[in-house]
Design a protein. Structure first.
Length: 199
């Protein structure tokens, strides 16, 4: 009975410490995001891409996509600025847990990933897709851009909470699994992203 009581106390303490860490990381990211309209641009672009991908008339599809040029440029610029500003923060507060255990970063840095590097990976991936450096057709470019945005959003949720919660949110919000988003991004983004989370 004493052993069960000890386990309960330990589990409660771990949960409390995790919750405190999550609140701190969420507050940090919210503070960094405050000057930007990244979420607004993402909502606009996701809705437009979905309409364009469902459009059977090629001319109408092209019109929808051309109207997104300004939002794409703004998203690219704002996300680069976010990554640049976030990179100025000190290392301890920018690390996210691969496994949700408090203070695991002090025991093993390999059990965490650095959100500064992650944001840089996503900033480059979004810019590469907006510039269409791979010369993709409009539909493929829209699909890739959604992959880049969804994976970036997943990373933000993972940083704030956990990978499990981030993956569940992506399914709920976008009907997209983590593996699908990872497969949809550019090969460069995928390789750099995996290097961050596996490093």
């Amino acid at each position: 009975m004493e052993f069960l009581s000890l386990l309960f106390v330990l589990a409660t303490a771990i949960h409390w410490l995790n919750t405190q860490g999550q609140r701190q990381r969420t507050a940090l990211l919210a503070e960094q995001l405050r000057p930007y309209q990244i979420e607004k641009h993402m909502e606009q672009l996701t809705g437009a891409y979905m309409r364009a991908l469902g459009e059977t008339d090629a001319e109408r599809q092209q019109q929808i996509l051309q109207l997104q040029a300004l939002a794409e440029e703004q998203l690219t610029e704002e996300f680069q600025n976010l990554a640049r500003e976030f990179a100025k923060l000190p290392a301890p507060v920018t690390r996210a847990f691969k496994v949700a255990l408090p203070y695991i970063d002090q025991l093993s840095p390999k059990a965490t990933f650095d959100m500064r590097r992650m944001l840089e990976v996503h900033a480059q991936g979004i810019e590469r897709t907006v510039r269409n450096l791979h010369g993709l057709a409009p539909k493929e470019r829209s699909f890739r851009m959604m992959g880049e945005m969804f994976l970036m959003q997943h990373s933000c949720h993972w940083f704030c909470r956990s990978k499990t919660i981030a993956s569940a949110r992506m399914v709920t919000q976008h009907q997209t699994r983590y593996e699908q988003a990872l497969a949809a991004v550019s090969p460069e983004t995928r390789q750099a992203y995996l290097a961050v989370i596996q490093g």
